[in-house]
Design a protein around this ligand. Structure first.
Ligand SMILES: C[S@@+](CC[C@H](N)C(=O)[O-])C[C@H]1O[C@@H](n2cnc3c(N)ncnc32)[C@H](O)[C@@H]1O
Length: 312
């Protein structure tokens, strides 16, 4: 065991040896299931966040780095000049305790590991609910905004093999990770680019479905509203807005409780609750707003909303 791994063990005095053993990963082994160590770290983050942050900062140094040209010229769209504009909050106020947030070239494994933690990060739940809600449609072009490690993008690609599915994210390292995962999954109809969801480079009316999973709770309200307007611009007339997001609870007490449970890891959650996503979607021009999966399921962390861009 190397020195970094040994330092980490000291944080887990009450856990068994099997759970505290960190596995050193490479780009070849990065897609493996969560290790016991990683699951323990998540558990610790809920119980003793300060201790967990210390360990996270040490563990992250052991992870493979998704570096590339500093301007991101390897990950932008072919017709776009690098670097793209990055919103300031994304650099200055990183979320989820990760040093430098999603811009950290070693962050992809941490985000990948979190895919088992939240309802709509899990591939099985995504497959079930996206098919239930969109299965009767025949979309030709689908955009997944803030794709992270790409799970939602891949699920869309598998559900609609005849569609072109595009995942975008501000993080160049995450786009590099997604492209490696694409090669491993042989996902030919899926592609990934570094783009800002607030102002993308596609023409008006370009997509049949524009979707995001857990995106707008991570930013100031103003930025979230820009994304909703961009989704409206990008959709074809009659196209579908689709979003899986942190639950907007029915009562102010429930919303406050949700904010205070996650305040440290989610610095924008209070603003997200003030945004009131179901209402903000209507303010961006969408009609026929529906909640498909929401607080009828009391333990859920997420809701699934759709809406239409009207044809006239
Ligand atoms: C919580 S993660 C969710 C990732 C993924 N959708 C999932 O469900 O696993 C939010 C992602 O949105 C990205 N993001 C934040 N603001 C963005 C923006 N303006 N444009 C594109 N991506 C953005 C972040 O870099 C991050 O990867």
């Amino acid at each position: 065991m190397n020195a970094t791994a040994r330092i980490m063990l000291s944080g887990f005095t009450n856990l068994s040896e099997a759970e505290i053993e960190p596995v050193l990963l490479t780009k070849q082994t990065i897609f493996q299931e969560n290790t016991a160590f990683e699951n323990s770290l998540f558990a610790l983050a809920h119980q003793q966040p300060e201790q967990a942050i210390k360990l996270l900062n040490q563990w992250i140094e052991t992870l493979p780095s998704y570096d590339g040209p500093v301007d991101g010229s390897d990950v932008v769209l072919p017709n776009v000049k690098a670097p793209i504009d990055i919103p300031r909050h994304w650099i200055e106020k990183p979320v989820h305790f990760i040093p430098n947030g999603f811009a950290n070239p070693k962050a992809p494994r941490i985000i990948y590991v979190a895919r088992n933690q939240y309802f709509f990060c899990q591939e099985q739940n995504l497959t079930e609910w996206l098919w239930k809600v969109h299965g009767a449609k025949s979309p030709k072009r689908i955009l997944d905004m803030g794709c992270g490690t790409g799970t939602t993008t891949f699920v869309y690609g598998e559900l609609f093999p005849n569609a072109d599915v595009i995942g975008i994210d501000l993080s160049a390292p995450l786009i590099r990770f997604c492209r490696d995962w694409k090669a491993q999954r042989a996902a030919d109809n899926v592609s990934f680019y570094q783009e800002n969801a607030e102002a993308t480079h596609w023409a008006d009316n370009s997509f049949d479905i524009v979707h995001f999973t857990y995106l707008v709770h991570e930013m100031p309200q103003n930025n979230a509203r820009k994304i909703l307007h961009e989704m409206y611009r990008l959709l074809k007339l009659g196209g579908t807005f689709s979003a899986m997001e942190v639950m907007y609870d029915q009562t102010a007490e429930e919303r406050e409780a949700r904010v205070s449970r996650s305040r440290t890891a989610e610095p924008f959650l209070e603003e997200y609750m003030q945004l009131n996503l179901p209402t903000a979607i209507g303010e961006a021009g969408f009609k026929y707003i529906k909640r498909h999966y929401d607080n009828k399921f009391p333990s859920s962390d997420g809701m699934f909303l759709t809406a239409l861009k009207p044809t006239s």
